[in-house]
Ligand binder design. Structure first.
Ligand SMILES: NC(=O)C1=CN([C@@H]2O[C@H](COP(=O)(O)OP(=O)(O)OC[C@H]3O[C@@H](n4cnc5c(N)ncnc54)[C@H](O)[C@@H]3O)[C@@H](O)[C@H]2O)C=CC1
Ligand SMILES: O=C(O)[C@@H]1CCC=N1
Length: 272
């Protein structure tokens, strides 16, 4: 894979910003020294500095030294950040990538004195290990830039390009989705403890079983119900457990949770 030659500023180095930075270096897309990480209290980035990243709290300086600028602060922190970097953003030089939920490309440009190109990307924390599902949208970025951003995120997982008005749905399904599946694994391991396993072995069993289920779908390109049919023996224990879960609202609660998350994702910026 060809390494990206430019410099990347990740403004707001919290959970997702740092996961992205780790993933990009691990994948070989860039070297740590090509990434500048900012957060308000830069002393919290010491371990990253030791790994070769450039760290600091001066967002304007980070932007001036970069060509790709990743906005990774909370939606309610974004306007302050945009005000701060506004004088340093140059539409001819910079490409902005925003991972902030519920903030449109147009919202971002409206706070900057320039028609800079903006791409929205919605990764999830599995980006740190190269397993993100990243959804991407833009309303003005040139194809060549969109291709570069796609290449960047493909080094750390799968990418799907979507219409911008589906970005909040993507947030719920993929970014929040990591937490939903993790909770399902946690619940399965708790069930495992009730039926006789020690917590550590129950968790290991639940994790590998979940991984097997996901890999079955990915590798066989099959539908979940097709794979479920292979597990549910007639009058067997799987269908008994599955139906009990459904009587208690298993699918329904996931669907309702995802719907609520999508609504909330759309409100995070406007209701700041
Ligand atoms: N956590 C996740 O799994 C995902 C989060 N997102 C989006 O990414 C954004 C960040 O989310 P998290 O990483 O979870 O939040 P976080 O709170 O962990 O990280 C935000 C970071 O930004 C820093 N910050 C705030 N204002 C700043 C400023 N003016 N200059 C420099 N740094 C500043 C904070 O100190 C903090 O370290 C949000 O907009 C969220 O919607 C998107 C996809 C997944
Ligand atoms: O919970 C949140 O608001 C962020 C956005 C997607 C994942 N975490």
């Amino acid at each position: 894979m060809e390494q990206y030659k430019g410099r990347i500023a990740i403004l707001g180095s919290g959970n997702i910003g740092l996961s992205l930075a780790k993933g990009l270096v691990k994948s070989g897309y860039v070297q740590a020294g090509q990434i500048c990480l900012t957060r308000r209290n830069a002393s919290k980035l010491k371990t990253f500095e030791q790994q070769g990243f450039v760290v600091g709290s001066d967002n304007a300086a980070a932007v001036a030294a970069a060509d790709i600028v990743v906005l990774a602060v909370l939606p309610q922190q974004l306007n302050l950040l945009l005000n701060e970097i506004n004088p340093s953003v140059d539409a001819k030089k910079h490409l902005i990538i925003s991972v902030a939920s519920g903030v449109s490309c147009k919202d971002i440009r409206s706070k900057l004195n320039t028609e800079v190109q903006v791409v929205r990307a919605m990764p999830n924390t599995a980006i740190a290990i190269g397993q993100s599902m990243t959804c991407m949208a833009t309303d003005n970025a040139a194809t060549v830039h969109l291709e570069e951003v796609t290449r960047m995120f493909e080094t750390v997982g799968s990418v799907v390009k979507i219409n911008e008005d589906l970005m909040t749905s993507a947030t719920a399904l993929c970014a929040c989705g990591i937490a939903f599946f993790l909770r399902a694994i946690r619940a399965a391991s708790q069930g495992g403890v009730e039926i006789g396993f020690h917590a550590d072995e129950a968790l290991k069993m639940a994790v590998q079983t979940a991984k097997g289920a996901a890999d079955l779908l990915l590798q066989m390109q099959s539908h979940p119900e097709q794979e479920i049919d292979k597990v549910t023996s007639p009058k067997g224990c799987t269908i008994a457990g599955l139906n009990e879960m459904e009587h208690n609202g298993f699918s329904s609660s996931l669907i309702k949770g995802i719907k609520l998350s999508a609504v909330k994702a759309g409100d995070l910026y406007t209701k700041e």
